[in-house]
Write a protein that binds this ligand. Structure first.
Ligand code: MTE
Length: 309
């Protein structure tokens, strides 16, 4: 499979035509889209110097910031990767709170500024492998999710973590369409969530996150397909049962709960054996667990990776 259309992540039976989608959002002229997209790249806010990370940086070349901030999947705004930046301009990320609760001793609601103060960002350079068979290398800023979870003290009955994106149809026009059952929901097993590689990101390339990348707070799980890395999070719950996640609900035969990167398990409509590295010319072989197997394979020793996709 050489090329996958930008909308192909969408299960066929749910796909809303791009034209209809854009018309519904009131997108007027393509020119306006391009202009405000450039503005979006320039307007990032520098953050105070990140602490250095104990996690190794891969040898891969970084993906240019223009691609990281200009080629996005964020269906709440647009199905077109190159239009998300423009459509999400002006998305209000302040004030912003994240409610962390469920099966915990100390449920708490954090303001985003307090979170950043409490958990100073460190830089983590990770590969991001989208289920659509393209990838990037991104210098994230963030803090381990495990630190936030420790703060609320999960009960022993908590086995999974459930994440929810903001639901606001006035700001997120895509939520008016039946592509997914909104709000976007994702989940992790508690041990995956506590793994040191799992971060809550607040920035990239030394600046605060832009709306198109999931401002002000998103999840990043580098060994899983990109759709697990849920954006613009407002709610995190510790739960006993495996959460019903958006993509797994929309197309259970195509998108699983685990979604560990695995070149040996094809998507029903394309191979996962290689990937297009954005900003580079040649395709690369896809690595099991996106190359993070040494760190994470022990989490899955009791799981049949071919079946738990
Ligand atoms: N989170 C929400 N809320 N909505 C989305 O549509 N898309 C996912 C993920 N998080 C998505 C989301 C997918 S498919 C990918 S590949 C990554 O975000 C893309 O992140 P990026 O645009 O920052 O590269």
């Amino acid at each position: 499979m050489d090329k996958i259309r930008s909308s192909e992540i969408t299960p066929e039976h749910l796909f809303v035509s791009r034209r209809k989608f854009l018309a519904g959002m009131g997108i007027a002229a393509a020119g306006a889209v391009v202009l405000s997209s450039c503005k979006g790249i320039a307007e990032t806010t520098p953050v105070s110097s990140p602490t250095s990370s104990a996690v190794a940086t891969p040898a891969d070349k970084l993906t240019p910031i223009e691609d990281v901030t200009g080629y996005n999947n964020f269906y709440e705004f647009s199905l077109s990767k190159t239009e998300v930046a423009a459509v999400s301009q002006g998305f209000k990320t302040s004030p912003w709170t994240v409610a962390v609760g469920g099966l915990v001793n100390k449920p708490q609601t954090f303001g985003i500024e307090d979170l950043v103060k409490k958990f100073p960002p460190e830089e983590r350079v990770y590969r991001l492998r989208c289920v659509e068979a393209w990838s990037m290398v991104i210098p994230w800023l963030g803090f381990p999710l495990g630190k936030l979870l420790a703060e609320v003290e999960p009960l022993s009955s908590a086995k999974y973590v459930r994440f929810e994106t903001l639901y606001d149809t006035t700001q997120m026009p895509g939520q008016g369409f039946l592509v997914l059952d909104w709000p976007y929901v994702e989940g992790l097993r508690l041990d995956e969530a506590r793994h040191n590689l799992t971060i809550m990101s607040t920035g990239l390339y030394g600046k605060s996150l832009l709306p198109q990348n999931g401002a002000p707070l998103r999840l990043v799980v580098p060994w899983k397909y990109g759709f697990k890395s849920i954006k613009s999070i407002v709610k995190i719950d510790l739960v006993a049962d495996m959460p019903r996640t958006s993509w797994a609900l929309a197309a259970p035969s195509e998108y699983g709960f685990y979604a560990n990167v695995n070149p040996g398990v094809s998507h029903p409509r394309w191979s996962q054996s290689s990937e297009r590295r954005i900003g580079e010319s040649s395709r690369l072989p896809t690595l099991l667990f996106n190359g993070y197997g040494e760190d994470v394979s022990s989490l899955y020793k009791d799981l049949d990776l071919r079946k738990s996709f």
